[in-house]
Design a protein around this ligand. Sequence first.
Ligand code: PHE
Length: 337
Amino acid sequence: MDLKERIEKLEAELNALKELPASGLEAFRIAYAGKKGHLKQLYEELKDVPNEMKKEVGQSINGLRMLVDEKIASWKDHESSDSAKERIDSSRPGHSSATGSIHPITLVKEEIIDIFSRIGFSLSEGPEIEDDWHNFSALNFPPEHPARDMQDTFFVGKDEALRTHTSSVQVRVMEGSQPPIRTISPGRVFRNEAISSRSHCMFHQIEGLYIDKGVSFADLKQTLLYFAKEFLGEKTDIRLRPSYFPFTEPSAEVDVYWGLETETDYRITKGTGWLEIMGCGMVDPEVLKNCNIDPEVYSGFAFGMGIERIAMLRYQIPDIRMFFENDVRFLNQFRTL
Ligand code: PHE
């Protein structure tokens, strides 16, 4: 290739070069304007060009040099205003942006809400600071009942306390509407208890309430069986054991059959295979009366469960305190995205 052709080729290359090559500005400068660069080489060869052509060839090399200088100047500007490090290199792997995870309590709560909403239960919520009436009196707790004691309840005023269960929300729903009522109330509750791996002074409950004409204990049992099967699988069985709550009569504790396959199963079910997951019962006629619902016309059932306990079973979480420590190593295990 003769000198003229090479000059033209370099010129075309330079004109096609719109952006600084990936090798960087200094590499470009050395290649074109360095001691052993293209320009130096061309000027060197200019010496051997016949005199009658020197002027023309010399001018085109000068043109080339100006082009190189222009490129260097414009990329330098660019580089100093937008430092080399920040320049976008679209071939580099991107930064993954940190996404949050959904708290296991929320995951379990949403799932339980979803299961009950499929059979017509609506959602209700109420205040965490409650008065004596909604948390205790309306629910048939006698004035000297131990649950009102300083041992169990955090009082925040003369007549106000942090609610000890979400049954208080159900009182509010009953007071504010007439049957049929089908509602579930999730929320945070507080009890003045020693903190350990199994109990905390703050936890979450979901309580359910169904009031209509002719609601029976059989309806309660079928509703809970439906829930257990949806939540734990089609083969799940439940059993009800007699119990006591001031606001339900009769009352029961609900166990689900967990199985006895592993050592952990033995430990958490105390060797029986059964696990207690909630309390329930038929709403006491006195409670209906307290909430202006006629117990001669209507009857209903209620149930309540602790979300932490259910989440601990579902995810095999050994210590209830883990839910409230906000340790990302724990929380990140519940990524759902
Ligand atoms: N409120 C009860 C508790 O906190 C649970 C419960 C709700 C029991 C409804 C029976 C009916 O332990």
